[in-house]
Design a protein around this ligand. Sequence first.
Ligand code: PBG
Length: 323
Amino acid sequence: MAGLSLRRTRLTRHLRELARSVQLDRSQLIQPLFAVAGLTEREPVPGIDAVYRDTPASLLRQIEEDLAAGIDKFLLFAVPGEKRDQDFEHDFAVECIEEIKQGFGTELWLAVDVCLCSHTTHGHCGLLNEAGDYVINDATVAELARAAAAFAAAGADCVAPSDMMDGRVAAIRTALDQAGLARCAIMSYAAKFQSQFYGPFRDAADSAPVAPQLRDRASYQLDPARPADALRCARRDADEGADLLMVKPGLPYLDVLARLSAEIPLPWAVYQVSGEQAAIDLLAHAGLAKRDAAQLESWLAFRRAGATAIISYAARRGVALQQ
Ligand code: PBG
């Protein structure tokens, strides 16, 4: 190999390390958690390794383990024990948040998902109209703001609305500020696409849309074929007071993450969703990929594309962050 060699800097581990420009630290990972009301024993989430539908007690033990493994940032999904379509109660989530914060205080950072899809009988992210063919925007937003304020009052460090209604970030910011909870941050699911990669989550959170007149979330989640809408949503959420913005899913939307993070100077999170995780785990179980190396490769892709925070079901696995 005389003359120009682009391989020379790849030949040894030492030079490869010196040539790297993209780094990832465990402090940038956020671990999702599921707390399920009415469970007596925790259950594995089918399709994803080492992720559970926890009871409040098993959740505290799991968090202790995660902290010991160097993971101190979490995104909590609280699944209520009974379904209803109005007069929602958020007591279960509030109790979980209080217990976590009483147990661990500022040792951890706790974000809490704000949505109604685990609450409703029809599985939609808000209130349905009488005909059952439309998710009512403003009444849903009012309910989400009420939930967010309750979560923040219980000690949540951050609330994360995942519903995709119009105007929810502004309504939540106002509700938090008026309740004296100005220190609670908002991480907005700003560019959340309608996706087939949410399957294992919908089982875990009991939240699949089943309304006969409205069988999917296309009338509120973003169209995968329309990236310009993601940019408008992210700008709008930034203007309404979001502190962090998110792209979701991750790997199928790296182009969106790269473009939006270059255009909007807020911290960018990416959500490597349940179906993406299941795909990696399935490949590994089939002997077709090395699980941890595949995981790291996907996380590095998110860092390359501009994310500084990565929500990942595999955060707790202790994946070596250097190859
Ligand atoms: C609900 C919500 C979903 C996810 C997070 N919040 C599913 C959906 O929109 O149907 C998906 C997360 C995952 O798949 O890991 N609003």
